[in-house]
Ligand binder design. Structure first.
Ligand code: INI
Length: 155
C-alpha cells in the first residue's frame, strides 16, 4: 500500500478568509488562530486576504467569489452560529454548511468549514479560544493540507 503523506508546507500559498461579523468576538478569536497557524506553516501574512460578511448565511457566496477569482489556493470560512431559542439556528447553520460544502465541490478549491455550531456562546468561545479549542488553527492546517493533497491527487 502507498500512503500519501500529508504535507503542511504553506510556503507560497495564497489564502482567502471569509469571516462572519455575527458573534464577532468568536470570529475574531478563530481568525487569530487561523492567521497565526498559517504564518507558522509558511504562508506569508501578505498573501492572506480577509473579507468580513454580516453572518454565516452570507459566507458561502463570498467564499464562492473568492474561490472563483483564481487568486486563492484555499478559502477558510469562519463564524459562529449559536442555537439560542430560535429555529433560525437550523436554517442559518444548515445553509452555511451546505453552501460552503457546495462551493468546494463546484469550484475544486479547498474550502474549510470553520463555522462553529454550538448550543451556547460559552461553548463557541471555548472552541475558538487560541489557548483552548483553537479551532481556527485546525482550519489553517486543513486548508494547507487539502491544497497539498489535491496537488498530488491531480498530478
Ligand atoms: N448569523 C451567524 O453568523 N450566527 C448566528 O448565530 C446567527 N443567528 O443566530 O441568527 C446569524 N444570523 C444572521 C445570518 O447569518 C444573516 O447574516 C442574516 O440572516 C442576514 O442574511
Amino acid at each position: 500500500m502507498n500512503i500519501i503523506e500529508p504535507s503542511l508546507d504553506g510556503t507560497g500559498l495564497r489564502v482567502g478568509i471569509v469571516a462572519g461579523r455575527f458573534n464577532d468576538y468568536v470570529s475574531n478569536n478563530l481568525l487569530k488562530g487561523t492567521r497565526a497557524r498559517l504564518v507558522a506553516l509558511g504562508v506569508a501574512d501578505d498573501d492572506v486576504d480577509l473579507a468580513w460578511v454580516a453572518g454565516a448565511f452570507e459566507i458561502p457566496l463570498a467564499a464562492r467569489a473568492m474561490a472563483k477569482s483564481g487568486r486563492y489556493d484555499a478559502v477558510v470560512c469562519l463564524g459562529a452560529v449559536i442555537r439560542g431559542e430560535t429555529a433560525h439556528f437550523d436554517y442559518v447553520a444548515g445553509e452555511a454548511a451546505a453552501g460552503i460544502m457546495r462551493t468546494g465541490q463546484d469550484t475544486g478549491v479547498p474550502i474549510v468549514f470553520g463555522v462553529l455550531t454550538t448550543d451556547t456562546l460559552e461553548q463557541a468561545k471555548e472552541r475558538a479560544d487560541v489557548g483552548k479549542g483553537d479551532k481556527g488553527s485546525d482550519c489553517a492546517e486543513a486548508a494547507v493540507e487539502m491544497v497539498r493533497l489535491l496537488a498530488v491527487l491531480r498530478d
